[in-house]
Design a protein around this ligand. Structure first.
Ligand SMILES: CC(C)(COP(=O)(O)OP(=O)(O)OC[C@H]1O[C@@H](n2cnc3c(N)ncnc32)[C@H](O)[C@@H]1OP(=O)(O)O)[C@@H](O)C(=O)NCCC(=O)NCCSC(=O)C[C@H](O)C(=O)O
Ligand SMILES: [Mg+2]
Length: 280
């Protein structure tokens, strides 16, 4: 993953003020939402408002358009309207690879992303992630909790199987995988704990519902100063060991082998990508 997806902010396409504001927010990606954040009576107007908004400059923020499902009266028109626009089309409630095929025919060029938020979707995560048109997965933990009748807990124990399956599926295919939203958008401490859990599981970033959540996500999903320092010291120690004909170095009392050096280099590359994005 070269492009950062630390912070991925949902914006209801029926909210012109929020769409305007997003052009100045320090997010890595925006999800323009035509689905759950837009009421049925506003669907057509939101589609046109989004078409207008996409004429504006969103800088280097990835523009992801969440359409309505093709099983609704709005989905097909959304897909046709935004084919070739934005950086990705996000399909809600993907349960089978066939759900992607149907949109792929309507949207022949734009990369597809999948909302992972149904029980079937969790069980089929591997096949969904392997779809050739799919570039990214976003967890929909609200819909998933609703469908499996799970309770919201700080440790997200009831979600762990689904979250883990989706991380594994995405990583096996080299696809981006973004964690679900944290609904209590004024609870920074709760957000940080959940974001750290997602980061530690392997997610690339967190989906967000409010600008107040951006700073925490950007910080948690960026390599820390300590991680960068350790990565540099590991690389230096390993290069020195190799020069002396050894395949193992020791840093801070822990062994460092080739595989750790790959992680260290990836950490530095991630920090460089974030710095490049900030400088653009
Ligand atoms: C939750 C909100 C309804 C709160 O809105 P509001 O009361 O307007 O908040 P504030 O007054 O604190 O807003 C301060 C300023 O920030 C702007 N704002 C607010 N939210 C956003 C946003 N998402 N993007 C950009 N800008 C935003 C306000 O306009 C204010 O600006 P200013 O005028 O300059 O002061 C609201 O935050 C909101 O609607 N959030 C998005 C909700 C959403 O998209 N939900 C659907 C996605 S979540 C989901 O479905 C996940 C998945 O499918 C699942 O199943 O889990
Ligand atoms: Mg959902």
């Amino acid at each position: 993953m070269t492009r950062p997806f630390r912070s991925v902010l949902y914006i209801p396409a029926a909210n012109p003020r929020a769409m305007e504001k997003a052009r100045t927010l320090p997010v890595d990606a925006i999800i323009f939402d035509l689905e759950d954040a837009v009421s049925p009576t506003e669907k057509a107007a939101a589609r046109e408002a989004l078409a207008q908004a996409l004429r504006e400059d969103y800088g280097n923020r990835a523009r992801i358009i969440r359409i309505n499902g093709l099983d609704t009266e709005w989905g097909e028109a959304d897909a046709r309207r935004f084919s070739g626009q934005g950086d990705a089309i996000l399909i809600p409630k993907v349960s089978h690879p066939g759900d992607l095929d149907r949109v792929a025919t309507l949207v022949p060029e734009t990369p597809l992303w999948a909302m992972m938020e149904t029980a079937q979707g969790m069980l089929n995560a591997s096949e969904i992630a392997a779809h050739p048109r799919l570039a990214g997965l976003v967890m929909g933990t609200n819909d998933l909790a609703k469908e499996i009748n799970a309770r919201f807990r700080a440790d997200r124990l009831p979600m762990q199987t689904g979250l883990g399956l989706c991380v594994l599926a995405a990583k096996a295919q080299g696809k981006v995988v973004v964690d679900g939203v944290f609904n209590a958008f004024r609870d920074d401490e709760g957000l940080r704990a959940e974001a750290e859990q997602g980061r530690d599981m392997g997610f690339d970033g967190k989906s967000l519902i409010h600008p107040a959540q951006i700073e925490v996500a950007n910080e948690v999903f960026a390599p820390s100063a300590q991680e960068l320092d350790l990565s540099r010291r590991q690389i230096a120690a390993f290069e020195e060991a190799e020069a002396q004909g050894r395949g193992i170095a020791v840093v801070d009392g822990r062994i460092v082998e080739n595989l750790h050096i790959e992680t260290a280099r990836a950490t530095l590359a991630r920090a460089e990508a974030i710095a490049r994005m900030a400088a653009e």
